[in-house]
Design a protein around this ligand. Structure first.
Ligand SMILES: [Zn+2]
Length: 170
């Protein structure tokens, strides 16, 4: 009985933390081993992470020769509401161009930055459309939710793997 009593807290602790371990440390995340000539350097760790997460799910992607460009766009006099946080352009003059709002990006956490970039790469690299479907608890099922969706999208160390499984499954 005493043994069980001691074991239970350990099991609970393990369930809460062991399943969601980040395989890549912060230092490794920002250590970029290749170049992405069509992207602003701040975005390179996120492009490398996107490639790594895709490869872990069986799909090798090379964003350094994909023709996708990724740059900042300043506010240019627009208010925060008028300018989206990130956009993937598919038009013929500007095929596969992603622009990221400078102010929003630099005021964000690493996970928020990854959420923005992975969403736009979902459009530009994976050719995915928006998906506003949600679970019964109100959480979004997909990182590809549109800006008008009512569902809640919390992308963090805990939820990341499930959202990436969904992102790379289609
Ligand atoms: Zn979108």
């Amino acid at each position: 009985m005493r043994f069980l009593f001691l074991l239970t807290p350990f099991l609970l602790l393990c369930t809460a933390s062991c399943d969601n371990e980040e395989p890549v440390s912060d230092d490794d995340f920002f250590l970029v081993v290749k170049e992405y000539p069509t992207a602003t350097k701040d975005f390179w760790p996120y492009l490398q992470s996107f490639e790594r997460e895709s490869a872990q799910r069986g799909n090798e992607i090379n964003l350094s020769n994909s023709g996708i460009s990724l740059t900042y766009k300043g506010n240019d006099g627009l208010s925060e509401e008028e300018e989206p946080t990130g956009t993937c352009y598919h038009n013929p003059e500007d095929p596969n161009t992603i622009v990221i709002n400078f102010a929003d990006f630099n005021n964000s956490t690493r996970y928020a930055r990854e959420k923005i970039i992975f969403h736009e790469l979902g459009h530009c690299s994976l050719n995915r459309d928006h998906d506003d479907s949600e679970y019964s608890d109100g959480n979004c099922k997909s990182l590809m939710k549109s800006s008008v969706a009512d569902c809640l999208l919390v992308y963090d160390a805990e939820s990341k793997q499930a959202y990436l499984d969904e992102l790379f499954s289609k």
